[in-house]
Ligand binder design. Structure first.
Ligand code: DGT
Ligand code: CA
Ligand code: CA
Ligand code: ZN
Length: 579
């Protein structure tokens, strides 16, 4: 069975709801499905994973019946109940639900009117009808709704055509497999990834791999026999481009050992950085290439990059900074920032456990944090729902949790455990937990997990309201994006940053590979204004704690030094800042 993604599950649930609406099903039945949808939309874990761990029942809003449907879906590939609901309705209508402004009733009406029976040509047919101006003639429709439908079809097409960029983490997996393959032959001296991967960009288009060798031809011959290759696009003495079976493009570049440094510099980019560097070289009467630096007719070769930069009077520019800002001017003054690094991190403040949607217990997460050498670990489970359980019960849960944490803190000296929650910023801009409970915590991460699609002004106000709450410490994954899946919230960042500064709040750099949020260019802007960052792994398991490294990548691309990052502080220093 395929592993269904949350997104796929959501599409199926939404189609079932649409069918129920058309058939005029019972309101409570529909409500149950809608609750499940909004709760799955806010989940940070995969529903499929939860099923594998027999924990579907723990998703709030997902009752016994839905647990059974989901289990059937994951086991057999289909959920009979949902299929039955859609029986007797034209299949084509469900393909229309993805269009902006098209709900169940509209989709049904359009599919009847234009005889759209199958999913396959549904969008083509509706586009045709819109182009002919037939939609605006229907009762209840007008020129505006017709244009919306047309635009929305075009947008969908475009986003499907655009080749998706890989997540940095995926690119890294592929590149490390290729590099270990390359290193199987003794002719490979060194091999590393260049381009956007080396610059640690959040997404990567193609992979660029550099090799140093005394025998470049042998390296190329070896490379093109890599088993995952679908097609060899080009093959030269020192260069080859291939496409893998998963459609990833790989450029391999081989150089002699004595000019490897120049090759690294040249193909690490970015293009903008290289353009500026070339200008800097020209000003010195030099010209640059992947083979070295030319002064008149004389070519000087460089074994390593540091010497390459040094020859032009520049200090080494870390790859994360090579984006064409003012890194070259600063390198000339030896004034580049000393970027934060993994070993500066003294703890993690965004960690989930089995108390919410994590897969490891409090004790397991604490043990793992000790292994990592952390001084502190902040447990920030999703806060228990006050609406479902009532204040009294939530208070008891918190009391019990506090005792568990105290017990760990008093029984050993290696690590301090902090008690926080990740609290939802609701659609109406209030927090999902009242102040009287928030103030009992060591700190609070406030995050948006639902209703992402809000107009700019409204979602900005919603975010600022959270920043103005005196008990909120950190704004979690502030942009709300998930890469390749969900756009960032349409926030007015200047206003958000001003509010963070004024209220002395901290912004998270969330290290989950598909979030990487705050995005790097916004980190750069925020720290310029003096707003501190907290790098959180958002771990939902022991191994996820390593997402700290991905967060560090983002921080470095945002020019963060140690002093801008909260969790480089010692536990003592941190205590003064938290509640
Ligand atoms: P990507 O692949 O879209 O994620 O971004 P990059 O930065 O890896 O871009 P890519 O793969 O086109 O090129 C790698 C680096 O090589 C790029 O940052 C600049 C450098 N470079 C230098 N000369 C050339 C050239 O002639 N063609 C290309 N494509 N890149 C060059
Ligand atoms: Ca590339
Ligand atoms: Ca390339
Ligand atoms: Zn979250």
């Amino acid at each position: 069975m395929p592993r269904f993604s949350n997104k796929e599950v959501l599409v199926m649930l939404k189609e079932a709801v649409a069918a129920m609406e058309i058939k005029g099903d019972n309101k409570f039945g529909i409500r149950a499905y809608q609750n499940a949808i909004s709760s799955i939309e806010g989940l940070t874990m995969s529903v499929y994973d939860l099923w594998e761990n027999d924990r579907l029942g723990e998703i709030s809003g997902v009752g016994a019946a839905l647990v059974q449907h989901l289990s059937e879906l994951f086991k057999t590939g289909k959920a009979t109940e949902w299929e039955n609901k859609k029986k007797d309705l034209p299949d084509g209508m469900f393909a229309l639900l993805v269009l902006r402004g098209v709900g169940a009733k509209t989709a049904f009406k359009l599919s009847k009117e234009f005889n759209i029976l199958s999913r396959i040509d549904a969008l083509e047919k509706i586009k045709e009808a819109a182009k002919k101006g037939l939609i605006q003639k229907l009762p209840g429709f007008g020129p505006k709704s017709e244009k919306d439908i047309l635009d929305s079809v075009d947008q969908l097409k475009k986003s499907k055509q655009e080749k998706q960029r890989m997540l940095l983490s995926q690119a890294e997996d592929i590149s490390s497999r290729i590099i270990s393959y390359l290193k199987q032959i003794p002719e490979v001296n060194e091999a590393i990834s260049l381009g956007s991967l080396r610059r640690r960009a959040a997404t990567v288009g193609d992979l660029d791999i550099a090799v140093s060798s005394k025998n470049p031809e042998k390296v190329i011959e070896h490379f093109i026999t890599y088993p995952e290759i679908k097609n060899v696009e080009s093959k030269g003495d020192r260069m080859s481009t291939v496409i893998l079976t998963n459609d990833t493009q790989i450029d391999v570049l081989v150089s002699d050992i004595d000019s490897y440094g120049s090759l690294l510099q040249h193909f690490t980019g970015s293009k903008q950085h290289n353009i500026r560097l070339r200008q800097h070289a020209l000003d010195l009467g030099l010209s640059l290439s992947q083979y070295g630096i030319k002064q008149g007719n004389k070519l000087k070769k460089f074994e390593d990059e540091k010497k390459f930069y040094g020859f032009m009077g520049l200090s080494f520019v870390p790859p994360e900074l090579r984006e064409g800002k003012d890194e070259i001017e600063l390198a000339a003054l030896n004034a580049l920032p000393e970027l934060v690094k993994v070993s500066d991190i003294k703890g993690d403040l965004h960690v989930h456990t089995t108390a919410s949607d994590g897969v490891n217990t409090l004790n397991e997460m604490v043990e793992a944090a000790i292994e990592l050498g952390y001084e502190f670990i902040g447990i920030a489970d999703h806060a228990p729902s006050v609406i479902n359980r009532g204040i009294k019960e939530v208070e008891q849960i918190m009391q019990k949790r506090r005792e568990e944490i105290e017990k760990i803190n008093s029984s050993q000296k290696k690590i301090k455990v902090l008690f926080g929650y990740e609290v939802n910023i609701l659609k109406d801009a209030t927090l999902a937990m009242p102040d009287e409970l928030l103030k009992k915590l060591d700190y609070v991460i406030a995050s948006i997990h639902t209703s992402f699609d809000m107009p700019r002004e409204e979602v900005t106000k919603r975010t600022i309201a959270a920043l103005e709450n005196p008990y909120v410490t950190i704004l979690g994954h502030p942009s709300g994006r998930t890469i390749n899946q969900r756009e960032a919230l349409d926030l007015d960042w200047t206003k958000v940053f001003e509010a963070a500064l004024k209220n002395k709040k901290i912004l998270e750099i969330n290290g989950q590979p598909s979030r990487l949020d705050l995005p790097d260019h916004l980190v750069y802007d925020a720290i310029k204004m003096g707003i501190p960052m907290m790098i959180g792994s958002d771990a939902h398991s022991v191994t996820d704690l390593l997402y700290m490294k991905s967060g560090i990548d983002v921080a470095r691309r945002g020019w963060c030094t140690k002093k801008e990052v909260l969790n480089t502080l010692t536990y003592k220093e941190l205590q003064n800042i938290l509640h």
